[in-house]
Design a protein around this ligand. Structure first.
Ligand code: IDP
Ligand code: MG
Length: 159
């Protein structure tokens, strides 16, 4: 029993981390990568892309019935996102802790959302909620359309 438990605790997983359009516009990509690297996780893939409506609806399909769903889809497709695959022991749950609670006002200090935002929809970053979804979301992201800077001017706020 004990060796089995330890083996499951030491499971190397993958998670899909996505810097949402607000994180991209605010120039928080480095800050987010820094936190995952510092924790000891391994970045195994990274891509800048513009999320299609179809992919966004698939990604958030569990929330389809929510009143905020249409606005969520509009927002997530409003500008480029940074799609990343991260790997490591317990990375899925640990990443969720580093990200913090969905509602930024409830997120603890020292978490990404706790430190960097007060807005629920624009909460900077997405992280998979279980290892199966991690693999699924990484696979789906590989179909995403490459970001073309000439067709999107919303990728960085004016300074
Ligand atoms: P999570 O991102 O912490 O996993 P989910 O419940 O999966 O949270 O919701 C997905 C995303 O939908 C959130 O990150 C946030 O951007 C948005 N969202 C969730 N709840 C609300 C809400 O009550 N109002 C507006 N947007 C919301
Ligand atoms: Mg979620």
């Amino acid at each position: 029993f004990l060796p089995h438990l330890i083996a499951s605790l030491e499971q190397v997983d993958q998670t899909y981390i996505m810097v949402k359009p607000d994180g991209m516009q605010r120039g928080l990509v480095g800050e987010i990568i820094f936190r995952f690297e510092k924790k000891g996780f391994k970045l195994t893939d990274l891509k800048l892309f513009k999320c299609s409506k179809e992919l966004a609806e698939e990604h958030y399909k569990d929330l389809k019935q929510k009143s905020f769903f249409p606005k969520l889809i509009d927002y997530i497709t409003s500008g480029p996102v940074v799609c990343m695959a991260w790997e490591g022991v317990g990375v899925v749950a640990s990443a969720r802790k580093l990200i913090g609670a969905t509602y930024p006002l409830q997120a603890e200090p020292d978490t990404i959302r706790g430190d960097l935002t007060v807005q629920t929809r624009k909460n900077v970053v997405h992280g998979s909620d279980n290892p199966e979804n991690g693999k699924h979301e990484i696979g789906k992201a590989s179909y995403a359309i490459q970001f073309n800077p000439n067709t999107c001017n919303k990728h960085r706020c004016e300074l």
